[in-house]
Design a protein around this ligand. Structure first.
Ligand code: C5P
Length: 224
């Protein structure tokens, strides 16, 4: 059977990653969390104290950033590694969430990440989630989904996720973060977040993860 690319784009905290991961597992495909890559870049700049305003230093640093995904057989989970070190915990903090959209709006950062993502998916047979997969990374993806959901519902889900990791975060702070990220992501000059003309819209406000997964698999089945 031919292998296809499934591109899942959309607003922050709509359930893209959870859905994409489950779709990949059911189809026996690879899963690439492109948001994790921009988060890892943000972490690197923070660790190295590189100011985003220092464009020359930002661009020079990109050569020193190597991101990989490592499957941990003990937990059964994929871990994001920055220069060989597992940074899965560090990249999910509110601190990183608050700077990542500014980092990902820098054109040179995007060019570097897009090139790596295209390389990772070149053999196809992948589910990739992000903001520009169907428009920029894989404009020829066989399945394109654009996810949206009510902001309050997204924030509640995000709060629950953080709580499960032991992080108590105020709902208003999460709403502000989601709105800020959506605004930066949709208005940046380099590949802003938008629905590709050929992407199917999925509003997950009142859907369970299982329903979302079934919906995406149905889209994929039509292309196989
Ligand atoms: O998916 P996640 O919410 O972890 O992504 C974090 C941030 O990374 C997004 O808010 C967005 O600014 C950026 N991003 C992006 N392009 C992608 C994936 C994520 O600009 N393909």
């Amino acid at each position: 059977m031919p292998k296809i690319v499934i591109a899942i784009d959309g607003y922050s905290s709509c359930g893209k990653s959870t859905t994409a991961k489950a779709v990949a597992a059911r189809m026996g495909y690879g899963y690439i969390d492109t948001g994790a890559m921009y988060r890892a870049v943000s972490l690197f700049f923070t660790q190295e104290r590189i100011a985003l305003s220092n464009h020359k230093e930002v661009v020079a640093a990109l050569d020193r950033i190597h991101i990989t995904f490592n499957h941990n057989p003990r937990t059964g989970k994929n871990e994001t590694c920055l220069n060989g070190l597992n940074v899965e915990g560090e990249i999910r903090t509110m601190y990183i969430s608050n700077i990542v959209s500014e980092v990902s709006a820098i054109p040179e950062v995007r060019w570097a990440m897009v090139a790596q993502q295209q390389k990772m998916g070149r053999k196809r047979g992948v589910v990739m989630d992000g903001r520009d997969i169907g428009t920029k990374v894989f404009p020829d993806a066989e399945v394109k989904v654009f996810m949206t959901a009510d902001t309050y519902i997204r924030a509640k889900r995000r709060q629950q996720e953080l709580l499960e990791k032991g992080d108590m975060v105020n709902l208003d702070d999460i709403i502000k973060n989601i709105e800020k990220r959506d605004l930066i992501d949709t208005t940046r000059s380099e590949s802003p977040l938008m629905q590709a003309p050929d992407a199917a819209l999925l509003d997950t406000s009142h859907m369970t993860i299982e329903e979302q997964v079934d919906w995406v698999i149905e889209q994929a089945d039509r292309r196989l």
